[in-house]
Design a protein around this ligand. Structure first.
Ligand code: HEM
Length: 469
């Protein structure tokens, strides 16, 4: 059963769910899960900025890219901005957070109150904007902090932590920046009279201020928008009344063929990264802003419930619900629960087989429910009973394997090779690299050895292929 808050009305809708073995018990509509017909998981309307007392947060977010630099940045510009940055951070702190810190010109710094986030109300679009704003402030704050002693916890000050924990609880998302915050919700319309499209979008929060970061968001949005057609295909499939009829089989065949084209186009979009996303800038100047908590610098929510634990991995395109939907529709077994051929290699088994499952915890709650419903009726079950569908199904699996082959090449270029590159001079150049030690095993946002992880995903996809014998 799905219970969700609707934008604007706080009204509740219910969906009773599908049966795994036959027609749906009631029409399956993407809209029920906050999936828009044209833009998929991207909302059809931008999220409006927060008003009233919450404009305080919006103002700080607008100021942040002007005054804050990554803590590793030792360049001239970063040094010149340091005091402004420190003033920005200071306003977020209650005095007790940093007792040893000398207050900077306290007379000119207004320290923030802990705003009552319950006053944001129940509208999903407002709560989502609040999640975006508060998590972006959190990442600006944490990743611009001057270096801390190793293993010292990073305290997220109360004026941020209390409302962030409230809002995250309310929309059932972790209190950290996610793919939804930086990609799905992070834009406004250039021309509000025209519908949502990549050409009509302007990205709002760009941590590094670089074109590379902006272009990464644009690339991800382009893939999501292209993926919206897949979601329409899945909706049709979920609503097919009787999958034994010839007309239904013809419809599924057509849709599987269409899926191949869509996946191949998504592969082309992904490879387009090479045109305007600079690997060195991406690795050294953009990605660090999205990092999450780590064992060497664990995050602590000041004033939060003691002993509470949260999912605090960094933002990743691995949290894109579109790719998860495709995996579930085709029934790709990332968790290695099925006996499929060829058997997983030792490396495949060593990879984090629960990675995709974990990534789902970072998605908007409505999209998680959508995925859970989709998982109840994978097309593979129908294909197994209908030999005529085997060819079109395998062609779609092949297209997804090609996507993942290309994604491994992108991961190698943007992360694995860059982890071995010298940081820019303003980040300390070769000296800083030496101090960081051996980075030859590049890890993903969640700390996973990258190449093993991405290859395990590709191999699980390949194992989905149905054999004729
Ligand atoms: C410059 C572009 C990209 C880079 C450098 C990149 C890099 C990565 C990395 C490093 C991971 C490992 C997990 C992590 O550390 O977060 C990952 C996972 C993943 N990424 Fe990307 N990514 C890019 C674009 C995309 C796009 C556009 C999509 C979706 C359309 C996507 C979908 C995925 C998925 C689904 C995973 C989970 C693992 C898998 O399915 O194989 N990525 N990506």
């Amino acid at each position: 059963m799905v219970n969700r808050l609707l934008d604007g009305t706080a009204e509740r809708t219910t969906y009773r769910g599908v049966r795994s073995d036959g027609p749906t018990s009631e029409p399956f509509s993407n809209r029920l899960f906050d999936v828009a017909p044209e833009s998929g998981f991207i909302p059809a309307q931008p999220l409006a900025k927060l008003k009233d007392e919450f404009a305080l947060w919006e103002r700080a977010l607008a100021d942040a890219p002007r005054v804050l630099k990554l803590s590793e940045d030792k360049g001239e510009e970063a040094r010149a901005k340091f005091m402004d940055g420190e003033r920005w951070r200071q306003q977020l702190r209650t005095v007790s957070t940093f007792p040893k810190m000398q207050p900077l010109e306290t007379h000119s710094i207004t320290q923030w109150p802990v705003l009552d986030a319950a006053r944001l109300g129940n509208k999903l679009c407002v709560l989502r904007r609040a999640h975006l704003v508060l998590t972006a402030l959190q990442h600006f704050y944490i990743h611009s902090l001057p270096a801390q002693p190793t293993n010292a916890p990073i305290v997220i000050p109360k004026p941020l932590s209390i409302p962030l924990l409230y809002v995250s609880g309310k929309i059932d998302m972790p209190p950290i920046l996610t793919f939804a915050d930086i990609v799905l919700w992070n834009w406004e319309l250039v021309n509000p009279d025209l519908p949502v499209s990549l050409d009509n979008m302007r990205f709002l929060t760009v941590f590094s201020g670089t074109e590379t970061e902006r272009n990464f968001y644009a690339l991800s949005v382009a893939a999501e928008m292209r993926g919206a057609e897949m979601l329409r295909i899945f909706e049709r499939f979920m609503n097919l009344p009787c999958l034994n009829e010839r007309s239904a089989i013809a419809a599924v065949t057509r849709d599987l063929e269409r899926l191949v084209t869509v996946i191949d186009e998504m592969s082309t979009i992904l490879q387009g990264a090479r045109e305007n996303i600079d690997p060195h800038t991406f690795y050294w100047a953009v990605r660090p802003w999205w990092n999450g908590s780590s064992s060497t610098a664990p995050w602590v929510f000041e004033g939060g419930p003691p002993n509470a634990s949260y999912d605090l991995g960094g933002a990743s395109a691995g949290q894109s619900s579109v790719m998860h939907a495709l995996d579930l529709f085709l029934d790709v077994d990332h968790a290695l629960k099925q006996a499929r051929q060829p058997p997983p290699s030792a490396d495949n088994r060593r990879a984090d087989t629960s990675f995709m499952e974990k990534m789902r915890r970072y998605m908007p709650a409505e999209h998680r429910v959508y995925l859970a419903e989709l998982a109840k009726r994978p097309v593979r079950d129908v294909v197994l009973r209908t030999p005529a569908l085997c060819g079109p199904y395998n062609a779609a699996v092949d297209a997804l394997k090609r996507f993942r082959d290309g994604h491994i090449r992108i991961g190698t270029l943007y992360i694995i090779s860059q982890a071995r590159s010298t940081p820019p001079a303003y980040m300390g150049g070769a000296e800083a690299f030496k101090q960081k030690g051996d980075l030859s095993v590049a890890v993903g946002t969640g700390g996973n050895p990258l190449s093993t992880l991405l290859k395990a995903g590709r191999d699980a996809t390949q194992r989905t292929t149905l054999r004729g014998d």
